[in-house]
Design a protein around this ligand. Structure first.
Ligand SMILES: *Cc1c(COP(=O)(O)O)cnc(C)c1O
Length: 391
């Protein structure tokens, strides 16, 4: 396609005209199964009727007003997020990177207002992804994302995941916070251990260090709990959300305890679009559907079914080395180049997302059905067999 769009993405040559549920339809009549879901964004599938209705109803009333005024829909969404989490306050923005930026700024500002101006370093972990702003690429410390963009922002200490000794030896008086992506998405569906998160919590509490969770990808019901950290039994002080929160409408959120939020007074932080009426209305509708025990139990159950079937595939094939993940955040690690498999799956009209560690991610809409899961398994089975016999 002749193209004026910047080439920051290696795009597949396919254009979708519409979608419904887990299916996407191309301009030339092909049907794809979408297990990428816009990278964990379309958590209720494409063209969800309730979301469409919420967006349309709001569009006819009011699109945007400044955060200089009360925004009722935004207040409602903040209320829903705080009443179902550790948090007391929410700052709204438009994307994951902005939400993580807010966690970093909030943590530093918290210590600043306590007079600890030198307590501003943040521990981060190898394999994490936090976005593409100058702050978040410095935080994640992925060399391929930093290359060519000048001096990385200072103040991050990047260590191994799940390494208690390295964590302990990295603690000093200047550590303000520990930033964790509880299940690393881009990094290859790498899960922090419950034991390690418990250690993080102990160390943080003893040293007045804040815990920041980046749940941009693993939050919003993806793992079968509203928030992934519920599995670890540890609450953060600040949490970043985005991706699934708007079900496809751009919105991000930074959830904070009062102790942290009090450090972000008027004029300290802001966003023109953050939590505007359109985004908030859709967010409210997403929360109403996802923050429901039977919906979440269903996600957990379907995650188990998917996992069992994938493990059966793994046992019957030497191409798969590991099945990873929690709930419907699934990683398949291959013993051959995973991009070869991803390309074959694409030819068979199954959309997946690559990740680090030679992993292919399956991030279906959370309302995928069992028969749709079976259809995915069938495509995987046929594809593996073809690769096995033809190379
Ligand atoms: C996608 C992602 C981000 C960045 O979100 P954007 O909306 O692309 O800025 C941050 N953290 C995690 C864990 C993500 O998966």
């Amino acid at each position: 396609m002749n193209n004026s769009v910047a080439k920051t993405y290696n795009r597949k040559n396919v254009s979708f005209s519409h979608g419904k549920g887990v299916y996407l339809y191309t301009t030339n009549g092909d049907t794809y199964m979408d297990l990428a879901a816009g990278i964990a964004v379309n958590i209720l599938g494409h063209s969800n009727e309730k979301l469409v209705e919420a967006l349309k109803a709001q569009a006819e009333k009011l699109w945007h007003v400044s955060n200089l005024y009360n925004i009722e829909e935004q207040q409602k969404l903040a209320e829903k997020l705080t009443s179902s989490s550790f948090a007391d306050k929410v700052f709204f923005c438009n994307s994951g990177a902005e939400a993580v930026e807010c966690t970093i700024k909030a943590a530093r500002r918290y210590h600043f207002t306590k007079g600890n101006t030198e307590k501003n370093k943040i521990i981060t972990f190898k394999g994490s992804f936090h976005g593409r702003t100058l702050g978040t690429i410095a935080a994640a410390n992925n060399s391929s994302h930093l290359e060519g963009f000048g001096l990385p922002l200072e103040g991050f200490v990047n260590i191994e995941r799940n390494n208690v000794n390295e964590l302990r030896s990295s603690i000093d008086d200047n550590i303000a916070a520990i930033l964790i992506e509880p299940i690393q998405g881009e990094g290859g569906i790498n899960t922090f251990t419950k034991n390690f998160i418990g250690e993080v919590n102990d160390i943080a509490k003893k040293n007045d260090i804040l815990i920041l969770f980046d749940e941009v990808q693993c939050g919003m019901g993806r793992t079968g709990r509203l928030f992934a950290h519920e599995w670890f039994g540890v609450n953060p002080d600040v949490m970043a959300l985005a991706k699934g929160l708007g079900g496809g409408f751009p919105i991000g959120a930074c959830l904070m305890t009062d102790a942290v939020a009090n450090a972000l007074g008027p004029g300290t932080h802001g966003s023109t679009f953050g939590g505007n009426p359109l985004a908030s209305s859709v967010g409210n509708c997403v929360m109403d559907i996802v923050n429901n025990n039977s919906f979440l139990a269903d996600v957990e159950e379907k995650g188990k079914i998917f996992n069992t079937k994938l493990n059966k595939l793994k046992d019957g094939s030497n191409l798969i080395s590991e099945i990873r993940g929690l709930g419907l955040m699934i990683g398949i690690q291959f013993s051959i180049d995973s991009s070869i498999v991803a390309n074959k799956l694409f030819e068979k009209k199954l959309l997946t997302v690559g990740a680090g560690d030679n992993v292919i991610r399956l991030l279906p809409p959370l309302n995928i059905t069992e028969s749709e899961i079976d259809a995915v398994i069938d495509i995987l089975k046929i594809t593996l067999k073809e690769i096995q016999t033809n190379g």
